[in-house]
Write a protein that binds this ligand. Structure first.
Ligand code: NAP
Length: 476
């Protein structure tokens, strides 16, 4: 029997038996994982609520040292962690190791940011009062993470929560819980006190997270995942007015102007579209290329896509499988719909033929109508649909014709035009002549239905704080 429920720094069996974690490149189980139940969810909050009493009073520097050591340990174990991410998620070793570095940097950033929690001190305009503004940890925080970045999404929540003085209960995605366990082990090595981080893996997410949402001791929900589940959680949060941070779905436009450096735009598109096989919330979902350069861009992008090696991470491939069979089916359905709407497969990479893995061929689509379903749905797979345009007004209209507003990318020859287009797009993050926007020091998050709140930067810490002011009589 496995022991993967992590409470008070102890590894325990789950109340509901076990479930399998599968390697998406073989379809075979990697190992059985403990299936947490409601009693485990409650025990995790018991531990977090008890630990909160002391953790919130630990000196910020001391909390920061634990985060800093976690950063160092993650970098020490970068290769092992990368291999683990690749095994349970399927992404290439290059992408997986890159994710480890990115994740570790959140621990370093919040180790530094947590010791600079300022307040404010001022006098009331009418006189006779001093106002002291201070910040408290919000309390026990429930963290829920997706499978596409098993390390980064956990790090981006755990590090600021702990820096702010919160304790946490985490439910990792059922497809990829092993990476969260590995991070917890490193945190114990870094000096994590009991009860500060607790993890309940489960194949019944609603049961575990539902129990937390009803528990009066849980004061915060920080969720990363689909907009549909975010909406469910926001409704549950309304019942107890739970402080909510939501990192939800995306539908990023990738715009290329006629005066852009086409080679640079192609490089950027390879990163923005094909990193992690397109299974990123920031993934370029629709490529809007000016009609004058569409042929050149499509040919150059296509040549790079055809050269991609698709296969298991362990073989050193550029791109791995999709996460599961359902993802393969839904991506095929979007491709079929696009072709029916008039799109053409311009370029494709070959995929392993004789394997039970969840393969999907990286594809470049040309002649895509602007109203095709594929540009309105989050693809979450390696398809690059190219739509052409001729005026800036037209492409801004296309870019904003969505309820999503997470990331966007603009490649323009003239920087001011790139900035103007960027500012006109309703998205929380815009890469200008870059295909990557993620940075622990920048406020990551979305507009419209892509989310509420920000992770990383100073803002990421504030998501786990309550602001309080003391109004002090100050007679003249
Ligand atoms: P998902 O289905 O919404 O799952 C996310 C997490 O929520 C998982 O841990 C899942 O558990 C859990 N969950 C499922 N049903 C739940 C329920 N009823 N109550 C509480 N929790 C529940 O999303 P996904 O397919 O894993 O991830 C892909 C989505 O995440 C995409 O839309 C992507 O854009 C988005 N995403 C956003 C960001 C961002 O920063 N904005 C980053 C990464 C991904 P199980 O694993 O057990 O189902």
């Amino acid at each position: 029997m496995s022991s993967d429920v992590f409470i008070n720094n102890a590894w325990l069996p789950g109340a509901d038996g076990e479930f399998d974690v599968v390697d998406p490149s073989t379809g075979e189980a990697i190992r059985a994982v403990s299936n947490g139940g409601v009693s485990d969810a409650t025990a995790a909050v018991d531990a977090a609520a008890t630990a909160l009493k002391s953790w919130r009073r630990v000196a910020p520097r001391e909390r920061g040292e634990i985060l800093r050591r976690t950063f160092e340990l993650m970098i020490r174990d970068r290769d092992e962690l990368g291999a683990l991410i690749a095994a349970e998620n399927g992404k290439s070793l290059t992408d997986a190791k890159g994710e480890v570095t990115y994740s570790a940097e959140f621990f370093r950033w919040f180790a530094e940011e947590g010791v600079r929690m300022g307040g404010d001190y001022g006098s009331a305009p009418a006189g006779g009062t001093r106002t002291l503004v201070t910040h408290h940890p919000v309390g026990v925080a429930a963290l829920v993470t997706p499978w596409n970045f098993p390390a980064a999404m956990a790090a981006r929540k755990i590090a600021p929560a702990l820096a702010a003085g919160c304790t946490v209960v985490l439910k990792p995605a059922s497809e990829t819980p092993l990476t969260a366990f590995a991070i917890a082990r490193l945190m114990v090595e870094a000096g994590l006190p009991e009860g500060v981080v607790n993890i309940v893996p489960s194949s019944s997410a609603g049961k575990i997270v539902g129990a937390w949402m009803e528990d009066a001791r849980v004061r915060k929900i920080s969720f990363t995942g689909s907009t549909a589940i975010g909406q469910v959680l926001l409704k549950q949060a309304a019942d107890r007015v739970v402080n909510s941070s939501m990192e939800l779905g995306g539908n990023a436009p990738f715009i290329v102007t006629e005066d852009a450096d086409i080679d640079a735009a192609v490089e950027g598109a390879m990163v923005a579209k094909f990193r992690g096989g397109g299974q990123a919330c920031t993934a370029a979902n629709r490529l809007y290329v000016h009609a004058d350069v569409a042929e050149e861009f499509t040919a150059k992008l296509g040549a790079k896509v055809e050269a991609l090696t698709v296969g298991p991470a362990a073989e050193g491939s550029d791109i791995g499988p999709l996460i599961n069979a359902k993802a393969v089916d839904s991506t095929h359905a979007l491709l079929a719909g696009a072709i029916e709407a008039g799109a053409r497969i311009a370029h494709q990479a070959p995929v392993p033929a004789d394997s039970k893995g969840f393969w999907f061929a990286p594809t470049v689509l040309s002649n895509v109508p602007a109203d095709a379903e594929i540009v309105h749905e989050e693809i979450f797979g390696p398809i690059a649909p190219i739509v052409t345009w001729t005026t800036d007004e037209e492409v801004i209209g296309y870019a904003n014709d969505t309820e999503m507003g997470l990331a966007a990318y603009v490649y323009a020859g003239e920087l001011q035009r790139g900035l103007r287009l960027g500012e006109a797009i309703e998205a929380g993050m815009v890469g200008v002549n870059r295909g990557l926007v993620s940075d622990p020091a920048a406020p990551f998050g979305g507009m419209k239905q892509s989310g509420i709140g920000r992770e990383g930067a100073r803002a990421g810490l504030e998501e786990f704080q309550e602001t309080q002011y003391l109004s002090v009589a100050w007679p003249d």
